[in-house]
Design a protein around this ligand. Sequence first.
Ligand SMILES: [Zn+2]
Length: 1032
Amino acid sequence: MSQQGYVAAPPYSQAQPGMGGYQGGYGPSGTTQPLYGHYGGPNQAYNAPPTGMLKSPAVGLPPTPLSTQYSQNGFSFLSFPNNVQELSTYNSMPPQPQPTPQQITNQMSAMITYCQHAHDNSFNGRRTNVATAYDWCPSYGWCSPMGAPPMAGTPLMGAPPMAGAPPMGAPPMAGAPMAGPPMANMGRPFPGSPPPGVGGFQQAGPGTAGLQGFPQQPGRHRSDVIRQFGGPMAGPQPGMPGGFPSGPSQLSGPPQKKLDLDSIPSTIEVIENDRLRYEGQIYTTNIRGQVPPLVTSQFAVQDQGNASPRFMRCTTYALPCTADLAKQCQVPLAAIIKPLAILPKNETPLYVVNHGETGPIRCNRCKAYMCPYMQFIEGGRRFQCGFCNCVNEVPVFYFQHLDHMGRRVDFYERPELSLGSYEFVATLDYCKNNQPPNPPAFIFMIDVSYSNIKSGLVKIICNELKTLLEKLPKEEGSESSVIKVGFVTYNKVLHFYNVKSGLAQPQMMVVSDTAEMFVPLLDGFLVNYQDSKAVIYNLLDQIPDMFADTNESETVFAPVIQAGVEALKAAECSGKLFIFHSAIPTAEAPGKLKNRDDKKLINTDKEKTLFQPQKGVYEQLAKDCAANGCSVDLFLFPSQYVDLATMASVPSHTGGSVFKYNNFQVWYNGDHFLRDLRKDVQKSIGFDAVMRVRTSTGFRATDFFGAVHMNNTTDVEMAAVDCDKAVTVEFKHDDTLAEESGAMMQCALLYTTLSGQRRLRIHNLSLNCSSQLSELYKSCETDALLNFFAKSAYRAILNQPLKNVREILVNQTAHILACYRKNCASPSPPSQLVLPDAMKVFPVYMNSLMKTAPLVTSTELPTDDRAHQRLSVMGMSVEETQLLLYPRLIPLHNMDPGSDALPAPVRCSEERLSDAGMFLLENGHSMFLWLGQASPPDVIQGIFDLPSLAHLQPNMTALPELDSPLSKKVRSIVADLLEKRTNSMKLHVVRQKDKPEILFRQFLVEDKGLYGGASYMDFLCHVYREVRQLLT
Ligand SMILES: [Zn+2]
């Protein structure tokens, strides 16, 4: 592997020859015209001050004093009692001294079962209430459209544990969590301040090769640890069994002390420390295997040879050298790729390289594209592929001399030699039938059956489209969108509309033979919106009236998708269908479905069938759509079960999305729906995409998770891929990896742009390889790991009982931590749970994952909602899964209305709430404004213009627009979050102790789950026991 990719580049702020336009010597015959798109345009981001990368070794190329190494290699540990039996209350079983793996598994399943059983006891009565009073709202939350009376009584959580449900985390945690080996100022103490040397990015590469594990430090004693790190923290000293009252005494004793949350690792602190470390900095990608800032931090990226973390993130940036090591640690090796991620305005858009008719230069053997990992040799006449090592001839037009370092002299003039990400203009060889693609199309398909007309849905869709179609997405810099539009309405039959420009009136054509779907008109069905605006307006005005008196309640569904794909085929273009559908399709037609929801299957081996789509018609349709570049976005407005698992199978194989609005009423969720629709239609998107991930020798991509279709084992097909969709790729070894050469990957996405141009987008990323597990652990990214675990677990439940899947998650958590402890951590007392620094909050996320709707076995969760969440997560990026698994809980009661800053979030636990407080909670899918029962009247007045909380209307979904500073501030925070997130969210305003509060509380992920699942504290204790068993 050549090192050229990581060599610090000269400052891009200085004028680079050809950097602005790439005019010279570019393309087959010295093309001199400015090339495509952003390429050659003003490059604003290159004016950023990136010189620091080269000139200031403090950033990007930190010196490597031993202390730095330690701070990077830090870890945290928590103390637990020495006596395991004290903790055995968790599963009420004495631990086996030397359990076999099978015993461990059995025992764990017993623990899990016990835990849920305990929960059942505690919440039995309340659960019944939930079932009757609530339904599930569009995005993973329950809601009660008609509101509910306030609930008298006990707080739902955080109360003293019930008898019979001995909470294992009950005792205050002995010992403060600590970080790092006990060397002053070297660890990242938790809780505590960010490490010294802020600004130093993760060091990697040869400099660290000698640093393996934790060399024993002479004179290091645990007491040092306590003195140095334990002082300011709550809780008894580590290793003091006295801190852990035994189970029985807890049960019979007085109400236990409140759990001390501060003694266990906090996601909030991890996020905050990372934010402080990277905020306002420029992250350059010139170092192999460097761990990027967290997704939650704000930073600017400068591409210097590796793809930005906005495009690619990895579970670890140091792969183990051998398959054995990988197996030993059980850390999954995966990359999460968001190929069309939007870059912030202060970062350089991707350059577009045009090699004219010859097309991009590729390796003859493995077909990898020209990139910084190709090594030019023999005076520049040949290049050696960094992926397969094949030596290739350099085409004559591409020849260039090498400098004294063996680097091409045009290195900085060609993005494909010096950057991690760029695009190639694809030649006709990359186009279907060797023809340039036609402009893509959007087809709007509206169910006009009785319920959609009656709810007013059809009317608001038609109204919205009039303005929304003015904002169809377009390539940056182009004047107007080239996307064509078409319209279909349907119930049991389909109505196609001719909206050709010049027509005085739109014309309707009805197809009633849904078994043999065809498109009755070609000319005039897909049109340019601007050309046909008058006719389309006319049509959108008429549709609600045309069906105003309909009694038709039956609908078809598969024929609708079929019609869409046929229309795109006929027009020889790719595109997207936006389908607005109400109920399970029961009309006599292909794809007719019946209600197969069966709560009796829950908690049995057959529960998985609830998530499996019906095969047959929909499976074939998904293939057909994928093959023809037809993506499907489904907006569902159900009032009962619709077999979402089946209905969503086409969207989930075509890069599409599914949105769901239960019991749709315009006043209740109309705004939420319209915000989603606007975002969805205006999104930046690519069509007819195929993605391929190539790797250097020794490992390869083996599995893919996403809203994708796989026709073979390597090509990831996406009928469309938008800027938010991510594909998670798992890697396996097939040979030994070498530390010196590292591991390269190249993701190539072939797609059609918004303007109808065929392009190849290339992302390159190089990782380290190490035979030391400590390197792997310190290079892990917890958020990326969780993205992988969520997707793999959500796929596994299609084939395995949920109980097994949860067990595997617990097992793997324990294995990962046990392997770390055994191989990487310095010796510590058995009473401590040792967490690698980079995985300090891994357990809280894993526990949260296990409490998500698809993974809990509760008969109260609607099957469709579980299926919906399962499918939504498959296409999510790391940002989205992070937020989903650890929602933001933001206190609003103490904020300064004059300040622009968003108040700092707090831990997702009931303990952080207060009776006089006001909190905003959001997870990217649901949003709540929670008001404590003792909220001061002036706050209520300021936000709602009401004298007291008692006057608040139930089911408020928007805040009144008042002139008070508080109202303005709260509304602006809400609006900013709605704008920022991928999906829109509906705002629920809930009062403490009102029934709907339960909707809110399920997102307090550190607490015990409402539908099963341990609290964070309990889970940590459980994991601790598992780790101990694995180590004995
Ligand atoms: Zn090759």
